[in-house]
Design a protein around this ligand. Structure first.
Ligand code: BV8
Ligand code: ZN
Length: 248
């Protein structure tokens, strides 16, 4: 892929970078995005209908089983070249913040260090009553497992629709958007708030906006650069171009 020369120059001299990733970054690892239709048993449900405190209150076992199925699906999944390219980008930029909406843990697995998980992590499970993280639980249990401390129902440690994002992670993400020189929005449809507002905060303070997505989104018209295609292909090529430029 050819990159605009001014983009390469700009990225080579960037003082600080922030990156927002969405489900599209994990798509080439074989994980369905939120917009992809669900499969099998779950085809009849929309994620928004299951990922909510109301759904869990109404049908805790159904919601628990959906997350147990997703944890199982993630077991065989590995980071793709896009995740690893972001690890390289972090190594090349001292002021680098990775903000992810993904709950799959693939950025950690790839080796990214400074990660802000805005929507939690599906590999963690916490008590819906006392909030403490569960060390272990019986994945084969026929009932929703309960907290060993207080007996409350266990739930995935993710942010459901209608729930507030973790304050510290959100504050750090807002801070990064407001102070970065370059803001990447990668593999996200930009529909879910407040994460979707971050690129606009960056744009409003004068950051250069680079969007990488397989298709146009609501942000595309505002982006300074729109690199259309698969992040697992574009990111490694971009990082290689930056490395080649630096070595000249
Ligand atoms: C909150 C964890 C308040 C759970 C998730 C009306 C207007 C604005 C906002 C709202 C509104 N009504 C309600 C709201 C608020 C709501 C919201 O934004 N709703 C949306 C649907 C309108 N937000 C909330 O409820 C948030 N909380 O606002 O709380 C509050 C405050 C104080 C006190 C009390 C309450 C909580 C939102 C978090 C929800 N949890 N995940 C779980 O995973 O089970 S969100 C979940 O969906 C994901 O984490 C992800 O963030 C989101 C899906 O978005 P994407 O990642 O963008 O994925 P998507 O599939 O949409 O797009 C993929 C993209 O990749 C596409 O563009 C595609 O083209 C591209 N792509 C595909 N393949 C590739 C690719 N690109 C590159 N390469 C490829 N290979
Ligand atoms: Zn408890």
């Amino acid at each position: 892929m050819d990159f605009p020369a001014d983009l390469i120059r700009l990225l080579s001299n960037a003082q600080s970078m922030a990156v927002l990733t969405g489900a599209g970054v994990s798509q080439e690892s074989g994980l369905r995005t939120f917009r992809d239709s669900q499969t099998g048993l779950w085809a009849q449900y929309k994620p928004q209908d299951l990922a909510s405190p109301e759904a869990f209150a109404r049908e805790p076992k159904l919601v628990w089983d959906w997350y147990a199925w997703r944890r199982e699906a993630i077991k065989g999944v590995r980071p793709n070249a896009g995740h690893y390219a972001l690890v390289e980008l972090e190594k090349r930029n001292s002021a680098f913040t990775l903000i992810t909406q993904n709950v799959d843990g693939l950025h950690q697995m790839a080796g990214s260090r400074q990660i802000l998980e805005l929507h939690g992590n599906i590999q963690r499970v916490r008590c819906s009553n006392c909030g403490c993280l569960a060390e272990s639980w019986d994945e084969q249990s026929q009932e929703v497992p309960r907290c060993v401390d207080c007996g409350g129902l266990l739930r995935p440690d993710v942010v459901w629709f209608g729930e507030p994002l973790p304050r510290s992670q959100l504050e750090q993400a807002v801070q990064a958007a407001r102070s970065c020189g370059v803001f990447f929005s990668i593999g996200t449809s930009g529909v879910v708030h407040p994460a979707a507002a971050l690129p606009y905060s960056a744009h409003n303070q004068g950051a250069v906006i680079v969007e990488i997505n397989a298709e146009c989104t609501q942000l595309t018209g505002k982006a300074d650069y729109f690199l259309q295609g698969k992040s697992g292909e574009i990111l490694p090529e971009l990082v290689k171009k930056l490395a080649d430029t630096a070595s000249r």
